[in-house]
Design a binder for this molecule. Structure first.
Ligand SMILES: Nc1ncnc2c1ncn2[C@@H]1O[C@H](COP(=O)(O)OP(=O)(O)OP(=O)(O)O)[C@@H](O)[C@H]1O
Ligand SMILES: [Mg+2]
Length: 324
């Protein structure tokens, strides 16, 4: 993947690793780090939505931060439209940022309460000329808000409307890629559906490409064509969302699916049984083998001794599991 990027690939993530440095225990102690992401590779073609899923702390936001050039990878590279964003000069990156934008989880915290909606939405465009004002009005209209809303402040809107404002802000530069990190998980269920429908419509009308992060498989099943399942900083399974969620190959994906409330055919959510309580994560960090082995019902001796590599297990499907 280090060679030429296919022309329709909007995002290419190649063997990413991210270590967060930890404070030293003492002056003479060795430097310590948390490995948040290990050897993660994936690509998203134009117009497609890739769902990145996994439990809290598995490294989803860390990947989003590297894709948004907020955090520098310890290893690996990220290309957007074929360009390595971590090798650009700060000036080049500033200009290139119009191609990729982000929508955050918290529609309350991510909008400056002292700024008007017009200023918030126009902010990524970085100037306030007539062209920007027209783009702000168009972005607000695209998300179902009125051009007249520009003079109002975030507190005058509901949670769902605020998330529409955040989406409008992401659209104002007419980006190719939108990274959405848990964009609906802070919203009520009924409002979640509206915002998901909006994201889906915008994908069609504007030809957007999404990296969609969620711990909610029902939401991913609804919006994403492709899925990457992570555990402890690594990809454990990937493939088409439908196929992976219908017949998971990795025992972790199966446990995740069984634990999640799903949207059934009538459109209502049913709760499923929770998986067994987590074993201590320290065990995960120290094992040379599969990070999931301490929790896995199907683990064999090899699983605790040897790290499984991601390998094809079915057409268009890969899993990192010795028993899959
Ligand atoms: N700034 C930081 N410094 C040190 N460790 C961090 C930092 N940010 C995240 N981590 C650690 O990196 C790991 C991955 O965190 P990350 O935020 O990427 O997880 P996540 O999958 O987004 O979780 P969640 O679903 O809770 O948002 C966690 O173990 C976390 O504690
Ligand atoms: Mg996160």
């Amino acid at each position: 993947m280090t060679g030429v990027v296919p022309p329709n690939e909007v995002l290419t993530v190649d063997r990413l690793r991210l270590d967060y440095p930890l404070p030293r225990a003492s002056l003479f102690a060795a430097p310590r780090a948390v490995r948040a992401v290990s050897d993660v590779s994936f690509a998203i073609s134009r117009g497609r939505t890739l769902g990145l899923v996994g439990e809290s702390g598995c490294g989803k936001t860390s990947i989003a931060k590297m894709v948004m050039a907020i955090e520098k990878p310890t290893q690996g590279n990220i290309r957007i439209l074929g360009r390595d964003i971590h090798r650009m000069s700060p000036r080049e990156l500033l200009g290139f940022r119009r191609h990729f934008q982000m929508v955050f989880q918290d529609p309350y915290g991510s909008l400056n309460p002292r700024h008007t909606v017009g200023r918030i939405v126009g902010e990524p465009a970085r100037n306030s000329d007539a062209e920007t004002r027209a783009r702000v009005a168009a972005a607000l209209e695209a998300v179902g808000l009125k051009a007249g809303d520009t003079a109002k402040y975030p507190h005058q809107f509901s949670g769902g409307q605020r998330q529409r404002i955040a989406i409008a802000r992401a659209l104002v530069t007419r980006p190719d890629l939108v990274v959405a990190d848990e964009p609906v998980s802070a919203l009520d269920l009924s409002v979640q559906a509206q915002v998901l429908n909006l994201l889906r419509d915008l994908r069609e009308t504007l030809g957007l490409t999404y990296l969609f992060i969620s711990h909610d498989l029902a939401v991913v099943e609804y919006l994403c064509e492709d899925i990457v399942v992570m555990f402890a900083g690594r990809i454990v399974e990937r493939g088409s969302a439908r196929a992976v969620l219908t017949a998971p190959a990795h025992p972790y994906t199966a446990a995740l699916r069984d634990a999640m409330p799903r949207i059934d055919r009538a459109g209502t959510r049913r709760s499923r049984v929770r998986p067994a309580a987590d074993k201590a994560d320290a065990a995960i960090a120290m094992s040379p083998g599969c990070p999931y082995a301490p929790r896995c019902k199907r683990a064999i001796a090899r699983c605790t001794a040897e790290m499984p590599e991601l390998r094809p297990v079915a057409p268009d499907r890969e899993a990192a599991c010795h028993v899959a």
